[in-house]
Design a protein around this ligand. Structure first.
Ligand SMILES: Nc1ncnc2c1ncn2[C@@H]1O[C@H](COP(=O)(O)O)[C@@H](O)[C@H]1OP(=O)(O)O
Ligand SMILES: [Mg+2]
Ligand SMILES: [Mg+2]
Ligand SMILES: [Mg+2]
Length: 321
């Protein structure tokens, strides 16, 4: 929790200092690059202090921070990281710390998986993004922490306080608290018995999840509410606390392999909040095969009472293609 909150703070600082309307209009990704590396360094360093022997499957690697060509970026990252760490890092320690995330994954032992910023498009727009961390033991997710700096504490009060943290521990339930307090409330999916009344959420970016297939599935299920479009793993958080009932991630290209850091923390959050998570073929997500979910395609999340009906509709639409 400490690691995710400090990484969230780093991302917020980057946004305040570096992201201007100019960077967004020019589609300049440099602020998010600084934030990606800084957040991964912060989480990896804090994990190392408590669990020096645990390997980490992290999204980023230090290549573009090395040498003369990486000096400017490296210096930006280093000074940012050292504003939130208790013991400062030097150049070499920074690179080593980031590259502690290079573990290839697999089916045995303990490992962490980290997405230092999920939802880069949302980050740059000032919308939703997430720092996602999960502990996997023998291929099974045991713990997930998701930091959502821009997610309203209550989605029904969109102008209210932002900054929501989500925690799930296997067998212990799912919880939310505000960034500004440590008081936890238990969360669960909205109770729903028919897809007719459901609302669904999906990616903002249509290249990540087919909006047209989702519209057909919604129509088959009789869903009339418009989709809640949101970047990042915040979609898992929204469904887990009942802001929406279904999360559809429908493959656009058949060769894309989902990454484990994009789903591990969300997966346990959904299960502990009483939901079902599978791929589009109703197969459980398999986190034991390396850095990607190579045996799965897409994601379907829903309350256990309607997940089967959602899968039937997904199958009808996908098979027809
Ligand atoms: N073709 C794709 N299909 C599904 N997800 C993708 C695809 N390309 C990239 N992504 C990943 O989708 C995530 C964002 O999802 P969302 O749109 O729901 O916010 C990112 O982690 C991004 O990975 P990457 O970091 O490699 O760009
Ligand atoms: Mg991601
Ligand atoms: Mg990322
Ligand atoms: Mg990325």
């Amino acid at each position: 929790i400490n690691a995710v909150l400090r990484a969230s703070k780093v991302c917020q600082k980057v946004f305040q200092n570096l992201v201007t309307s100019d960077t967004v209009i020019k589609k300049d990704r440099s602020p998010v690059t600084v934030a990606d590396f800084s957040a991964q360094a912060v989480v990896n360093k804090i994990l190392y202090e408590s669990f020096p022997n645990d390997p980490i499957v992290g999204e980023e690697e230090s290549g573009s921070l090395r040498g003369d060509s990486g000096k400017e970026l490296r210096n930006k990252v280093l000074s940012l990281v050292n504003t939130v760490l208790d013991t400062p890092l030097n150049d070499n320690e920074l690179l080593e710390t980031i590259d502690r995330g290079s573990f290839p994954g697999g089916s045995s032992g303990r490992m962490w998986t980290l997405d230092p910023i999920d939802g880069t498009m949302g980050f740059l727009r000032g919308d939703q993004y997430c720092i996602g961390l999960a502990l996997i033991i023998d291929g099974d997710v045991h713990l997930g922490v998701l930091g959502c700096p821009n997610l309203p504490v209550d989605l029904k009060v969109p102008e209210g306080e932002r900054g929501s943290l989500f925690i799930a521990v296997k067998g212990q339930g799912a919880f939310q608290h505000k960034f500004s307090s440590t008081e936890e409330t238990q969360i669960c999916l909205a109770d729903i018995s028919s897809p007719l009344a459901a609302s669904f959420c999906e990616s903002v970016v249509a290249e990540h999840s087919s909006h047209s297939d989702a519209a057909k599935i919604a129509s088959l299920l009789g869903i009339t509410k418009p989709p809640l479009r949101m970047d990042s793993m915040c979609k898992y958080c929204a469904v887990a606390r009942g802001d929406a009932d279904i999360y559809l991630r429908l493959p656009v290209s058949m060769d894309y392999e989902e990454k484990i850091w994009d789903h591990a923390a969300g997966c346990i959050l959904i299960k502990e909040a009483g939901g079902i998570i599978s791929d589009i073929n109703n197969k459980p997500l398999d986190f034991s095969l390396g850095r990607t979910l190579k045996s799965n395609k897409g994601i379907v999340v829903a309350h256990s009472k309607i997940h089967g009906q959602v899968i039937d509709a997904v199958q009808q639409v996908i098979l027809k293609k």
